[in-house]
Design a protein around this ligand. Sequence first.
Ligand code: FAD
Ligand code: SF4
Length: 350
Amino acid sequence: MNESVLVIGGGPAGLRAAADLADLGTSVVLVERRNELGGAPIRWKYKTLAPELRPTEEVMDPMIAAVESHPLVKVYRDSVVERVSRAAGNFHITLRTNGAGAREIPVRAIVAATGFEHFDASRDPRYEYGRAANVIGIHELEGMLKESRVVCKDGRKPKRIAFIFCVGSRDRATNPWCCTVCCGVSIKQGIELKRLLGDVEIYNIYIDIRTFGLWEQLYWTSMEEYGLNFIRGRVSQIYDTGTQLLVKGEDTLVRGPFEVLMDMVVLAVGIAPGEGTAQAAKVLDLNCNSFGFLQPRHPNVHYDSGKEGVFLAGACVAPMSIEEAILAGSAAAMQAAKFVREPALQGAAD
Ligand SMILES: Cc1cc2nc3c(=O)[nH]c(=O)nc-3n(C[C@H](O)[C@H](O)[C@H](O)COP(=O)(O)OP(=O)(O)OC[C@H]3O[C@@H](n4cnc5c(N)ncnc54)[C@H](O)[C@@H]3O)c2cc1C
Ligand code: SF4
């Protein structure tokens, strides 16, 4: 019986799944549709990670190195699974690699770890994203922080920066779910901006602050040590004045309108299921929920796809943090390892 496992997606969840399976002696085919491993933290150049602002490399580099150097892991970059069929207990995979054509690979189990995409803020006209030059997303700010160069489009150093929380999240006109990490990530970025720019004022415009568990410390530190400002409210419209951004909205604590002038506005764009997840769902014939996330058999048991031999991991199932994605990858690896060894395990028990 073939005992290899296909892992689709080379982000935190897929990398962890691949490394754990290989460490357990299972051969792994890791398929990543982009040309680099690491998923969102590498693609968007996260400088540090919430909740402790530790360098992203501390978490991602060892996981990437582990799969790249492991003799039991074969990595295919720039590749997608085009077709899957099942016969005699094996999946037969047709893999297409850019510039190298198609190849057939038999595997015994599959882990889908296809992650997420950011909400496209240009879908919500209130924020002028894509039109006003100094309205950017938190994913774009990550790259600027990484280069230690945060400037307005005309090269000016911003003096006043507003973060708008829940863009494309908790909003029935776009996406109703909470992305779970963007409060913490925005606050983390506010602290990094204070450290980098010094005399900058940061305003966080929020509905509720959701910094779960140990991430809550970020919230306290941001106010007590860094003087970040918090406005509970909703933004109705951003106007580009040509030199600044006029942010209009309602303060829901004092129950009145507000208008503030900013040099830069950062949108805390949410986590949405991407087309990579839709592509994998189609090829693997997996269920998606009404939002487009992969739907496990039971909402509290994420790794179980409900389909024999197919396991789920990471943000393709629901919005989550890196620590949760890594745990999910490990959990799916354990289930896949048990599955590929089932005949042997049963033999040992007889
Ligand atoms: C701006 C921002 C900052 C964040 N900062 C933090 C932080 O500081 N701390 C924290 O804990 N969390 C943070 N997060 C959350 C973190 O990014 C996610 O938890 C994590 O990336 C999820 O890992 P994943 O492997 O499930 O998905 P991803 O990172 O999205 O990786 C999925 C991978 O699968 C690939 N893929 C997709 N579809 C296919 C397909 N069909 N075939 C082949 N490959 C495919 C993708 O190219 C990608 O490489 C942040 C999120 C955002 C939006
Ligand atoms: S984590 Fe915060 S910013 Fe993100 S959707 Fe939830 S409440 Fe809004």
